[in-house]
Structure formats: structure tokens, C-alpha cells
Design a protein around this ligand. Structure first.
Ligand SMILES: Cc1cc2nc3c(=O)[nH]c(=O)nc-3n(C[C@H](O)[C@H](O)[C@H](O)COP(=O)(O)OP(=O)(O)OC[C@H]3O[C@@H](n4cnc5c(N)ncnc54)[C@H](O)[C@@H]3O)c2cc1C
Length: 446
């Protein structure tokens, strides 16, 4: 009875995509999910953060409408309602995913799965057998063992998303993507935000020049950045949280009403019998081939769990590749053009090589860049805001990387990703007719 062609553990973007894809292909599928279908992305990650950020963006527009000839005499916000709307959006999308899985006859088992071996899974006293196993159990927040951190009542992204009271001040440990998105949100609501970051720049691997421009924009809006600052201690008392750090000038500390720990995420590899499979590792990551198959035939590892990219869109593509391999369809995973986006306002997005990576790897390259003001649409919609589109090109003009600061970078970056994936040269964009006026026309200007 409990026999399936494909068993999938984890119902996040990797798991639900694998389930839908396998169901569509006519395979019998069981999907195990211990918390909420939709995983981190839908329930406590990509979607809820972007929903909050959209409310903040609207609030920002009301404050700056004057630049566009619009006067909003008094604008205010209700954080409770913003958070309630976020819950509604999440609910709607989760129901949508469930309906799609039902339509493909996927059996959803709510409960924590335990891997017995490559063909047997246990969940709630029942044993399920499968021909193929796709493991998509994701990642969790990593909190480094900073002295004092375990004794204080800090926020992770979960508490920050559900918080309904506006604090006067917030210190964020970690200036990566998630840290910057929350900094943007709370700063728009008038919270005094400080970011403490160990690196000498924000948003880690993003283009250095564009990251610095984004930082300067947010510094202008009042966010305090403490870079190259190593956090050495955390404490809490009735006045709030104190984060002690060391930098080139010595030791100092910053105090705020709330503390958000946002240092990074790590794959969760224990507690569900993964060790029973004895999968080979590749450094700290689980080794998979270009079909997402692990060292054990018939066992696939997709999404954050394999540790390669930790992004929802990578998870989705990896899951498709895995199922295509199971059904014998030729498909391979490529990591050459995975876009990274930070949904601040303005957005910043990048794909392919950065200038710094090309230099480090000794790849012959040239850099060309244009102000976003080359796009008429950008000028029409971005009063007093600067943006940049930067391309990293091979010597023969093949596009190796693209980096954009300016709205809507998240929507534009896919064009550059396609060019990189297809090995296009920069002038090939000119062969296509872009709708006018669009911000994407910037690519035709190079
Ligand atoms: C605040 C925040 C914002 C983010 N924003 C973005 C963004 O804008 N864009 C982006 O691309 N990425 C973003 N991410 C990252 C994104 O959420 C993840 O990359 C994505 O969710 C990974 O998908 P996944 O399927 O691998 O794992 P997950 O989404 O983590 O899903 C794994 C699922 O497996 C379930 N599970 C685990 N173990 C078991 C078990 N033993 N039995 C049954 N079920 C199990 C879990 O309950 C979970 O539902 C964000 C993350 C956070 C935290």
C-alpha cells in the first residue's frame, strides 16, 4: 500500500517542485512535511519578507510623493495590519501549492520522516517504500556561539516577521541579504537601525561598488553601519541589548531595544536518519552530480540541504533536474547563472561573475557600466535616485556577469542570466525588440 515510485522529504520549494513535477510525469509520489507545506520560502522567508517590504515601500512613497507632485498630508502605518496581510498572503500561496499537489495526485504525509535506508522511510509508525528518494529538508538559522548569545532573548527572522510592536531601535548582527532586507523594512518604519558586520562590506558576495552605493543610500536614510566589526559579546538588561564588538580602532559596543541575529543559514543534516545513507561529502556540502544524484544511486539531494546555493530559485531548478533524471529526460544543473537579489529599495541584483571574482580567478575580462538614467522609464520613475548597470565581459564581449542597482533589478536580472547561460555576446541583445519604455532597455544601450 505504502509503495511509491518517488518519496520526497521536505515540502519547501525543492520538495513541492519535485512532487509536482514527478506527479505531472505520472509517477506515484509521497511527500513528507513536518511543519508547513511551502517550507521556509513561503512561510517564513522569501514571500513574507517581500510582503512586508512592499508595505514599507508604499509607506516610503507616501513620504516622498512630493517629488512626483503628489502630496500626502499625513501618512501612517499599522504594523499589526501589515503583519496580518503578510499572514494572508502566505496562507493563500500555501493553499495554492497544496491544490497544485492534489491535482497531480501527490500523497502528502504530515509528519517528521526518518530515513531507514535508500528505499524505506518511516513516518508516524508507518513505513513507506520508494524506488527513488529526493531529500529536500532545507536549512536553518545559524547562530554563532558568541559569548552571552544563548542567554538573551534575541530575534531570528521568525520573530522579526511576526513582531507587531515598533521598537525604537534595532541592532542587526549580520549585514547579508536577510539582515539588509530587515534593516530596510524597519528603517522605513522609523526604527533606528544599526548593522554590525564582520566583513568590510555589506551583502557579502555582491558587486563591491554597487554594495557600497547601496550602503551609502541607506546611511543617508539613517542606518548606522559598523563594518569590519567582530561581535565578541552580547548581553541583555532592562535597557535592551548590548552588542560588544572589536574593530581596527579597538573595542566598543552598541545598545538597542531589539536584537536580530542574521549571520547566515546552515543545512540541517541531522535528526532524520540521513547518516544511514552514508552519503559522500564534497567539503562541507553533500556531493551531488549534475543530475542532483548523490553518491547513492536513486537518492537525490536538492535545495538548501546540499549547501550549494541556499536560494529558493536554485532549489526549484535542482528539483526539476532531479525528477527529469528519474524519468530519463536529459537535463543538467548549471550554477553559472544563479541570480542573487536583495529586495531593498532600491533593489540590487547580480548574476554570474563579479569584477572581484574575475580578478581573483585570473579571468581576462573588461567592465562596462551605464547609469540607469540611460533608461527613460527609470528616469520617469526614480526621482533623485541613482542606479547603475554593470557588465563583466570576456575579451570577445561574451557576457560573464551583470550587476544592477536600481528598481526593478529583480525583474531585469533574468535577462542577463539567460545571456550568460546561452553564452551570448553583449551586442546580441540588440537583435531583440524590447518594449519601450522599459528599464530593461538598458541592456540594449551597451
Ligand atoms: C528571511 C528569509 C528570506 C529569504 N528570502 C529569500 C529570497 O528572497 N529569495 C530566495 O531565493 N531565497 C530566500 N530565502 C531562502 C529560501 O527560503 C530557501 O533557499 C528555500 O526555502 C530553500 O528551499 P528548500 O526546499 O531547500 O528548503 P526549505 O524551504 O527549508 O524547506 C524544507 C522543508 O523540509 C521540512 N522538513 C525538514 N526535515 C523534515 C523531515 N525529517 N520530515 C519532514 N519534513 C521535513 C521542513 O519543515 C521544511 O518545510 C530566504 C530565507 C529566509 C530565512
Amino acid at each position: 500500500m505504502n509503495e511509491f515510485q518517488v518519496a520526497i522529504i521536505g515540502g519547501g520549494p525543492a520538495g513541492y517542485t519535485a512532487a509536482e513535477c514527478a506527479g505531472k510525469a505520472g509517477l506515484s509520489v509521497v511527500l513528507f512535511e513536518k511543519k508547513n507545506v511551502g517550507g521556509v520560502c513561503l512561510n517564513e522567508g522569501c514571500i513574507p519578507t517581500k510582503t512586508l517590504l512592499y508595505s514599507a515601500k508604499i509607506f516610503d512613497y507616501t513620504k516622498h510623493g512630493k517629488q512626483y507632485g503628489i502630496t500626502v498630508p499625513e501618512s501612517s502605518f499599522d504594523l499589526k495590519q501589515i503583519v496580518m496581510r503578510k499572514a494572508k498572503v502566505v496562507r493563500k500561496l500555501v493553499l495554492g501549492i497544496k491544490a497544485r499537489l492534489k491535482a497531480e495526485n501527490v500523497t502528502i504525509v504530515e509528519g517528521e520522516a526518518q530515513i531507514l535506508d535508500a528505499h524505506h522511510i518511516q513516518c508516524k509508525e508507518e513505513t513507506y517504500s520508494c524506488e527513488n528518494l529526493v531529500i529536500c529538508t532545507g536549512s536553518d538559522t545559524f547562530v554563532p556561539p558568541i559569548p552571552g548569545v544563548s542567554e538573551v532573548d534575541y530575534w531570528t527572522h521568525r520573530e522579526a516577521l511576526d513582531n507587531k510592536e515598533v521598537p525604537a531601535s534595532l541592532v542587526i548582527v549580520g549585514g547579508g541579504v536577510i539582515g539588509m532586507e530587515f534593516a530596510s523594512f524597519f528603517s522605513s518604519l522609523g526604527v533606528q537601525v544599526t548593522i554590525v558586520e564582520m566583513l568590510d562590506k555589506i551583502i557579502g558576495p555582491m558587486d563591491r561598488e554597487l554594495s557600497a552605493m547601496l550602503q551609502a543610500e541607506y546611511a543617508k536614510r539613517g542606518i548606522r553601519f559598523l563594518l569590519s566589526a567582530k561581535v565578541v559579546g552580547i548581553s541583555q538588561d532592562e535597557s535592551g541589548f548590548t552588542v560588544s564588538y572589536e574593530n581596527a580602532e579597538g573595542s566598543a559596543s552598541v545598545t538597542a531595544e531589539k536584537l536580530l541575529m542574521s549571520v547566515g543559514r546552515r543545512p540541517v543534516t541531522t535528526g532524520f536518519g540521513l547518516e544511514n545513507l552514508q552519503l559522500e561529502l564534497n567539503g562541507r556540502n553533500i556531493k551531488v552530480d549534475e543530475h542532483m544524484q548523490s553518491s547513492v544511486p536513486g537518492v537525490y539531494v536538492c535545495g538548501d540541504l546540499n549547501g550549494v546555493s541556499l536560494l529558493a530559485h536554485t532549489a526549484v531548478r535542482e528539483a526539476e533536474v532531479a525528477i527529469h533524471h528519474i524519468i530519463g529526460q536529459d537535463d543538467r544543473m548549471s550554477y553559472r547563472a544563479i541570480p542573487s537579489v536583495v529586495y531593498t529599495n532600491p533593489e540590487i541584483a547580480g548574476v554570474g561573475l563579479t569584477e572581484e571574482e574575475a580578478e581573483k580567478k585570473g579571468i581576462a575580462h573588461k567592465v562596462v557600466k551605464l547609469p540607469m538614467a540611460f533608461s527613460g522609464r527609470f528616469v520617469a520613475e526614480n526621482e533623485g535616485v541613482n542606479g547603475v548597470c554593470k557588465l563583466v565581459l570576456a575579451e570577445d564581449d561574451t557576457v560573464l556577469g551583470a550587476h544592477i542597482l536600481g528598481n526593478p533589478a529583480s525583474e531585469l536580472i533574468v535577462l542577463a542570466g539567460m545571456a550568460i547561460e546561452k553564452g551570448m555576446k553583449v551586442n546580441e541583445w540588440k537583435q531583440y525588440v524590447f518594449p519601450h519604455p522599459t528599464v530593461g532597455e538598458i541592456f540594449r544601450e551597451f
